[in-house]
Design a protein around this ligand. Structure first.
Ligand code: NDP
Ligand code: OXD
Length: 309
């Protein structure tokens, strides 16, 4: 019985070793050297190439090395009958919480303006309102969105959240569905996108949405690059409709050298590190889930492929 691991970076061997330590009963093999494909029963993957998973005829289960499953559904030949487990866990939430607290506070306390003032040698005492007078909107109230929203409440912010289905979360004004989107946006001065990428959410961060936000609102996209219509961002920033954008995810990662986002003064790019899973903690979550699956027990992180996230 074998597990094949695919991660297109130098961390592949680290992942293989971490998983092998935790799953001594199976042989963990790298994607590029899988041995006999027929022996592979489990695949642990991030962005597998199109048609790649179909090549393992005896696969029993696919594990996404991340919370999102859009990278799997992008494969038109994905064996859809197979169960899919995603990887979440407390470290992933912790890192996302840290990232969002950092970047919300950066916009809230106008750190970019303070840094610019320093470069001009100007001692500008910028007064910002206290957090309860700042309204933050969180799009996506799932595993990570609800957790991040709670962290922002704890920091004192006025927090609004938007999800597909109705939700009740203590201290958070919850909105849902298309019909409540405009009300949600109307008072979101800092807007976080923590949605999964699906046909319904692709391109949701566009000029029509920006126009519904309070003037000067800032956006933080930690969902997926394709949530953002990239060509709409710079005009919205240059007109002042948006005050700033922090982007952890992009259509193409890394973006081309001449991509205008690299040098725009109101854009901060981070290299998809908002909540990167490291092999030590990630392998623990994956091994636990695989052990449950192998024992025929329910796996809490099992994905409903029909729902699409
Ligand atoms: P979940 O699946 O737990 O939650 C998704 C949330 O989005 C749910 O609240 C869901 O609503 C809501 N949602 C889905 N579709 C719609 C829609 N059409 N309209 C309104 N709301 C919608 O996801 P996670 O919190 O685990 O992760 C979210 C995404 O974050 C991942 O898919 C991934 O793309 C991204 N991510 C980014 C990372 C990074 O480092 N940048 C790290 C990890 C994840 P409902 O509750 O009603 O189902
Ligand atoms: C994820 C991610 O989906 O890292 O986990 O983006």
């Amino acid at each position: 019985m074998s597990v094949v691991v695919r991660l297109g970076t130098a961390r592949a061997e680290w992942w293989r070793d971490a998983l092998q330590d935790l799953l001594p009963e199976v042989e963990v093999r790298l994607w590029d050297d899988p041995g006999d494909n027929a022996e592979v029963e489990y695949a642990v993957v991030w962005k597998p190439p199109a048609g790649g998973l179909k090549a393992f005829p005896n696969l029993k289960c696919i594990v996404s090395m991340g919370a999102g499953i859009d990278h799997l559904l992008a494969d038109p030949e994905l064996p859809l009958h197979l169960p899919v487990i995603r990887t979440v866990g407390s470290d992933l939430r912790q890192r996302m919480r840290e990232y969002l607290a950092l970047h919300v506070l950066r916009f809230h306390r106008r750190l970019p303006d303070i840094e610019a003032a320093q470069r001009r040698k100007a001692w500008d005492q910028i007064i910002t309102p206290p957090a309860p007078q700042r309204s933050v909107g969180v799009m996506g109230l799932g595993n990570m969105g609800a957790d991040a929203a709670r962290t922002l409440v704890d920091l004192g912010f006025t927090v609004r959240g938007w999800s597909r289905r109705p939700k009740r979360l203590h201290g958070i004004k919850c909105f849902h569905g298309e019909e409540q989107l405009d009300d949600f946006l109307a008072r979101s001065e800092i807007l976080i996108c923590l949605l999964p990428l699906t046909p319904a959410t692709e391109g949701i961060l566009n000029r029509r949405l920006f126009a519904k936000l309070p003037k000067g609102a800032c956006i933080i996209n930690v969902g997926r690059g394709r949530h953002l219509v990239e060509k709409d961002l710079i005009p919205a920033l240059d007109s002042g409709q948006l005050g700033g954008a922090t982007l952890d995810v992009l259509h193409v990662e890394p973006p081309a050298e001449d991509h205008p986002f690299w040098i725009h003064p109101k854009i901060l790019l981070t290299p998809h590190i908002a909540s990167l899973i490291d092999p030590e903690s990630g392998a623990k979550v994956i091994a636990e889930n695989l052990k449950l699956f192998m024992a025929g027990k329910p796996v809490p992180d099992m994905v409903d492929l029909k729902q699409g996230y």
